[in-house]
Ligand binder design. Structure first.
Ligand code: FES
Length: 577
C-alpha cells in the first residue's frame, strides 16, 4: 500500500465548509458555536458522521442509541469531531408491505446525507436486513470513506429444552400448530422467548448474511459480522469502529477502492460458504451496480458450483450466530477458503483481506466445518433457468427436501397473496404433496415491493398428514430465515406478463436443481395464445414515492435498484457557496 499523505487539515472535505474566511463559512461556524461547540471541538479535526438507523419501530436496532455513544467515544479518542445523524430505519418486523420497497429510499438518503454535509468519513450503523445493502449502496455512490458497524445478532434463545432460532423456528412451530401438535399456551411461550435481546435475527438469515458480505467486502473491523449485539465485545467494537473512522478520514480507503469485481467475488463466495440468504444475490447485484460493476446470475452460479458450504448455520444447518462467533467467526471461516478468495483486496482496516484473516483459527469445527467435511460440497444457492423464468430464478437447496429437488407435478396457482390466504386452508382444496404451489403478483412491481412471501405455507390438511415441504414457485423473495423447496425471484415477474402470469392450475411443472432447470410443460402455441389474451394489471401507485419506485425499479436479476442510480456519479460533490 502507498504511504499516507501528511495530515494537513486543509485537505479535509469539511475544510470546504469551515476554513474559508467568508460569510457562508461564518454561518457554519457560528451556528456550531450556538450549539455549544468551541473551535477546539471541530477546528482541524475530521468530521465523522455516525449514521444511526435507530428507531423505536426497529426492534433489531434498539441498542443503537447506547452504541452510538460508544462510537462517539472512539471518535473523540482518535481526534475526530463526532456528529450523529439519524437516517431512515428499516425494521423487518413492523413495516408493511415490505422493507424492500424502501431499501432504495434509504440508499438515496444515505448518499445525499453524506454528500450535502461537511462529513469526512462515516460510521454506518445498520443491521436489520435491508439497512445493510442500503447503507453500503449509498456510501458507494457518495464515495466518502465509510465503515460499517453491524448491529450484531441477538443472543441465542431458549424454550424449555430447545434452542430457538429467530424466524426459522417460528415457521417450524407455526407448522406444528397448524398440524395440531402445539397448544396455544406453548405457542404463546415461544412468542415470549424467541427474541431474547436487542439485535438482528440470530440465524444466518439475511441480516447476518449481509453483515458477512460487508465484512468480506472490507467495510467492517475484523470479526464484526458475528459479534453478538449486547455483549461487551460489541460495545468495544463500537468504540474501535469510531477510532478507525477517524483514520479513514485521513487516509482512506474510499468505497471505490473497496468495491471491485474481485471483492464482489469474495462477497459472493462468502455468502455461499456460510449457507447465506438468497437475498444476498439481489443486494450484491445492486451493490456492484452502484460501483459500475456488471454482475450476473451466471457469475453467482459459477461460484456456487465451486464453493463448499462450511458454515453449519441455521436455517440450512445446525448452529446459531453466537456459536459462529465463539467458533472463530467469519475470519476463521475465510481463512479456510484462501484459495477461493482474492486475498489482495483492501479493507477499512488498512490491511488486505488476506492479512486480516491469516491468523484466524477455527475453535469449533462442528460449526465451521473443515473443507474435507463440508455441509455441502457446493451449491449453497443455485440459479435456475427455463421457460418459466427466462431471466432466471434462484433456489437454496440447503434446508430443502432432497426428494423434491427433482420433481414433476401439477401446478396450483394463486393469483396473489390474498387469494392464497383465502383458499390455502380450504379443506376442499385440490392439493397433494406432489402439487407445485405457485404464487404470482409477488414481485417488485406486482406485490408491490418484492416481499418475502416465497416460502408459501403448506396447506393445513397436508400439515396434518405429515407433509413439511413442497415445491413452491413465486416471483417473491424469501426470508433468510426460511427454508424449503422454494423457487424464488422468478424473472420477469408476473406483473409484467412474464411466463408466471400465464401458468394455469393443472399445468405440469418440472424442477431439476442439479440440471439448474425449471420447465413449464406447455406447448409454445398455447403459451402464445395465453400471452395474447393476457391483460396487464392496473399500476399499484399513482403518486409519490410509490410511483417513483414503479417507474424505475429493475427486475430481480438486475438487483432491483432504481435504473437512474446505477454506476458511479463523479463530479457530484457540492460546490462552495
Ligand atoms: Fe431484523 Fe431479522 S427482523 S434482522
Amino acid at each position: 500500500m502507498s504511504s499516507p499523505e501528511p495530515r494537513d487539515p486543509a485537505r479535509l472535505r469539511s475544510a470546504r465548509w469551515f476554513a474559508p474566511d467568508d460569510l457562508r463559512s461564518f454561518g457554519h461556524r457560528s451556528r456550531l458555536k450556538g450549539m455549544g461547540f468551541d473551535d477546539a471541538d471541530y477546528k482541524d479535526r475530521p468530521v465523522i458522521a455516525i449514521l444511526n438507523t435507530w428507531s423505536d419501530l426497529n426492534t433489531c436496532h434498539s441498542h443503537f442509541r447506547e452504541r452510538a455513544q460508544d462510537v462517539r467515544r472512539g471518535i473523540l479518542q482518535a481526534g475526530g469531531f463526532p456528529v450523529e445523524v439519524p437516517v431512515m430505519s428499516l425494521g423487518e418486523m413492523l413495516m408493511k408491505p415490505t422493507t424492500m420497497l424502501y431499501r432504495n429510499l434509504l440508499a438515496m438518503e444515505v448518499e445525499e446525507v453524506l454528500r450535502c454535509h461537511p462529513i469526512d468519513a462515516a460510521v454506518l450503523m445498520g443491521g436489520c436486513d435491508k439497512t445493510v445493502p442500503a447503507m453500503l449502496m449509498g456510501a458507494i455512490s457518495a464515495d466518502i470513506p465509510s465503515i460499517f458497524l453491524p448491529a450484531g445478532p441477538m443472543l441465542r434463545a431458549r424454550w424449555k429444552t430447545e434452542t430457538l432460532g429467530s424466524g426459522s423456528d417460528a415457521w417450524k412451530f407455526w407448522d406444528q400448530r397448524g398440524a395440531g401438535l402445539l397448544c396455544d399456551a406453548d405457542w404463546n411461550q415461544v412468542e415470549n422467548c424467541i427474541a431474547r435481546s436487542a439485535g438482528t435475527c440470530m440465524t444466518m438469515g439475511t441480516a447476518s448474511t449481509m453483515a458477512c458480505v460487508a465484512e468480506s467486502l472490507g467495510f467492517t473491523l475484523v470479526g464484526a459480522a458475528a459479534t453478538p449485539s449486547v455483549i461487551a465485545d460489541h460495545a468495544r467494537l463500537g468504540v474501535r469502529t469510531g477510532r478507525r473512522a477517524v483514520e479513514l478520514a485521513w487516509d482512506g480507503p474510499r468505497p471505490a477502492d473497496l468495491v471491485t469485481s474481485d471483492s464482489i467475488d469474495n462477497a459472493l463466495t462468502t455468502a455461499l460458504a456460510i449457507g447465506g440468504s438468497t437475498n444476498a444475490i439481489v443486494h450484491l447485484i445492486a451493490l456492484a451496480g452502484r460501483a459500475g460493476i456488471p454482475l450476473t446470475l451466471e457469475r453467482f452460479d459459477e461460484l456456487s458450483r465451486r464453493t463448499p458450504v462450511i458454515g453449519d448455520l441455521r436455517p440450512g444447518g445446525r448452529f446459531l450466530m453466537e456459536d459462529f462467533y465463539d467458533a472463530g467467526g467469519l475470519p476463521a471461516l475465510l481463512n479456510l477458503l484462501r484459495d477461493l478468495l482474492n486475498l489482495d483486496c483492501p479493507t477499512v482496516n488498512g490491511t488486505t483481506l488476506g492479512q486480516q484473516v491469516t491468523d484466524a483459527e477455527v475453535i469449533n469445527s462442528e460449526v465451521i466445518r473443515p473443507r474435507e467435511n463440508p455441509v455441502s460440497v457446493s451449491g449453497g444457492t443455485c440459479v435456475l433457468r427455463g421457460n418459466l423464468a427466462p431471466d432466471g430464478c434462484v433456489i437454496k437447496p440447503l434446508g430443502a427436501d432432497p426428494r423434491l429437488q427433482r420433481h414433476r407435478g401439477p401446478a396450483l396457482v394463486f393469483e396473489d397473496y390474498p387469494d392464497m390466504k383465502a383458499r390455502l386452508d380450504d379443506p376442499d382444496l385440490d392439493v397433494t404433496a406432489d402439487t407445485v404451489l405457485i404464487l404470482r403478483s409477488a414481485g417488485p412491481l406486482g406485490a408491490p415491493g418484492f416481499p418475502e412471501w416465497g416460502m408459501l405455507p403448506i396447506p393445513k390438511k397436508l400439515l396434518r398428514a405429515g407433509v413439511r415441504d413442497m415445491v413452491r414457485i413465486s416471483d417473491a423473495r424469501m426470508s433468510g430465515t426460511s427454508y424449503g423447496t422454494c423457487v424464488l425471484h422468478v424473472a420477469p415477474e408476473s406483473h409484467l406478463g412474464g411466463p408466471l402470469a400465464l401458468v394455469r392450475t393443472g399445468d405440469t411443472i418440472e424442477l431439476d436443481v442439479a440440471a439448474r432447470k425449471l420447465h413449464w410443460d406447455c406447448p409454445a402455441e398455447e403459451i402464445a395464445r395465453r400471452k395474447a389474451a393476457w391483460v396487464p394489471p392496473t399500476p399499484k401507485f399513482d403518486r409519490g414515492y410509490g410511483q417513483l419506485f414503479a417507474r424505475h425499479i429493475t427486475q430481480a436479476d438486475q438487483g432491483c435498484d432504481f435504473d437512474f442510480l446505477a454506476g458511479r456519479s463523479p463530479g457530484q460533490e457540492p460546490g462552495i457557496f
